[in-house]
Design a protein around this ligand. Structure first.
Ligand code: KIV
Length: 271
């Protein structure tokens, strides 16, 4: 006899209700089955298969080199590890900027080949037609404004965005356009907390902040940063919850020592 254990899955409607009742939304990136399984079981609301995989998984300097095929590989691994979290996948650079048909085709590949629930893309007015086309095909879309790493060579640096009035006004306009187009949420990356507060209060859809202060409706961090795997990246907005780099280094050094000293394996660790 099978026992039917009901798992209450997070949907885009759940997120909307969380905003309405003031419950903060938790989001973290993941790129593989094993970590996704831990995060899902720990109760995270959203797992983002970010194109930051290009940096933290593949060692590239930017998010630009990662391909649609590579994102699909990461996303399908994550999906196999989850039973509750909402899984969002980044459309990688070059897979949607051409035109809205290309954006929809890339989205369809992600949805068909990974089993994920939604996609995220970077930009405002410039990508609005693609956002509308994807949503009209029935796929939930999350926007991403502020620091948009796929445009790093246009910005030139990873510093805080929208400090100046003109850029802040554009960001506010873009946020409203994305909401009107039907996005279910927007990531706000590295913008002044006061601007993120204003945008979050103005929108009916949730905002998820990274370096955007405490008034966003939720927060997201890259797993390698918050777990202390990546020790070189220490922006002011980051809180590290573990020092996994040190823990793993210690464990591997002890393992090497045990092999060299012939302590491992012992009698109980052999057949
Ligand atoms: O790719 C990513 O990890 C992201 C987050 C930083 C929001 O887009």
């Amino acid at each position: 006899m099978s026992v039917n254990r009901e798992v209450k899955k997070i949907t885009t409607n759940t997120l909307l209700k969380m905003k309405q009742v003031g419950e903060k939304i938790s989001m973290i990136t993941a790129y593989d089955f094993s970590f996704a399984k831990i995060f899902d079981a720990a109760g995270i609301d959203i797992i983002l298969v970010g194109d930051s995989a290009s940096n933290v998984m593949a060692g590239h300097e930017t998010t630009l080199p990662i391909t649609l095929d590579q994102m699909i590989y990461h996303a399908s691994s994550v999906v196999r590890g989850c039973s509750r979290s909402l899984i969002i996948v980044d459309l990688p650079f070059g897979s949607y900027q051409g035109n809205s048909k290309e954006a929809l085709n890339s989205t369809i590949r992600i949805m068909k080949e990974t089993g994920a629930h939604a996609i995220k893309l970077e930009g405002g007015e410039e990508i609005l037609e693609s956002v509308k086309r994807i949503i009209s095909a029935g796929v939930p879309v999350m926007g991403h404004l502020g620091l948009t790493p796929q445009s790093i060579y246009k910005f030139g640096t990873y510093t805080v965005r929208a400090r100046e009035e003109e850029e802040a006004e554009k960001l506010k306009r873009d946020a409203l356009l994305l909401q009107e187009a039907g996005c279910f949420g927007i990531v706000l990356e590295k913008i002044p907390a006061s601007l993120a507060k204003e945008v979050s209060a103005h929108l009916s859809i949730p905002t998820i902040g990274i370096g955007a202060g405490n008034d966003c409706d939720g927060q997201v961090l890259v797993m390698h940063d918050m777990l202390g795997i990546n020790t070189e990246f220490k922006p002011r907005f980051l809180r590290t919850y573990l020092n996994l780099h040190e823990e793993v280094t210690g464990a591997v050094q002890k393992y090497i020592e045990d092999i060299k000293s012939k302590d491992f394996p012992n009698e109980n660790e052999q057949y």
